[in-house]
Ligand binder design. Structure first.
Ligand SMILES: N[C@@H](CCC(=O)N[C@@H](CS)C(=O)NCC(=O)O)C(=O)O
Length: 220
């Protein structure tokens, strides 16, 4: 099998989701690193826009099938459809309709709500040109509201995984965003099940491997 090509970033949460899926499925891959902006190796450069006309990472090229995908959810769905034939990370053929809906709804919640709130909070804490306390407060409140919702769900497994049935692609969607809670200056200390989940997922060998790989890649 030829290695898949992940177009990613050293710290961005969306490409990290794909690292997690690739590692958990034990697929061979190479990562090409891009930077923000339209300069050389920038995601808004003509070179990258040929790969993803939306100018964002991740994108994934699969030389085994000729498929090119972008948008983390589409990339993950592709990988699961093509390479997770035994349904290790998503509901299998025997799953109930409720199980399928639960899988979809938690991913939708991350993609449409929790992730964007974290992204905005991060932006207003670190990058906005002028200090904007109203925006910082709004996104802090929204993030903490989302943490509260997630806490209720994590309680069902005692903090082991987002779906009580066990580790799945849902955790891979959430982890890269929620690991940035410190950087986003969010006080999540009251969420005990989140703390357990954070430790549990952080100790997975795939996570350690990716963190080491990305740290090394950043140095070079
Ligand atoms: N909805 C997209 C978001 C992708 C995205 O925003 N990626 C960030 C890195 S985590 C990026 O490429 N940012 C570059 C930019 O904003 O110019 C997904 O889920 O893949």
């Amino acid at each position: 099998m030829k290695p898949l090509i992940l177009h990613g970033h050293h710290v961005g949460p969306n490409p990290y989701k794909i690292n997690l899926i690739l590692e958990n499925l034990k697929l061979p891959y190479e990562e090409k690193f891009w930077v923000l902006g339209d300069g050389p190796k920038g995601v808004k450069s003509a070179e990258f826009l040929k790969i993803n006309e939306n100018g964002r990472m991740p994108a994934l090229e699969d030389p085994n099938t000729g498929v090119l995908s972008w948008e983390s959810q589409a990339v993950i769905n592709y990988l699961l459809r093509v390479y997770d034939k035994s349904y290790t990370l998503s509901p299998g053929p025997d799953a109930s309709e409720q199980d399928r809906v639960d899988y979809d709804k938690w991913i939708s919640f991350l993609i449409s709500t929790f992730g964007p709130m974290m992204g905005q909070r991060f932006w207003y804490v670190h990058y906005n040109a002028i200090d904007n306390p109203d925006a910082k407060k709004r996104y802090e409140e929204q993030c903490l509201r989302c943490f509260e919702v997630l806490e209720g769900q994590l309680a069902k497994s005692g903090g082991k995984s987002i779906l009580p049935s066990g580790f799945s692609a849902v955790d891979c969607h959430f982890w890269p965003w929620l690991r940035q809670h410190g950087g986003a200056q969010l006080d999540v200390s009251k969420f005990e099940y989140f703390a357990k989940w954070f430790k549990e997922i952080g100790e997975r060998p795939e996570v350690k491997k990716i963190d080491e790989f990305l740290a090394k890649a950043k140095e070079n």
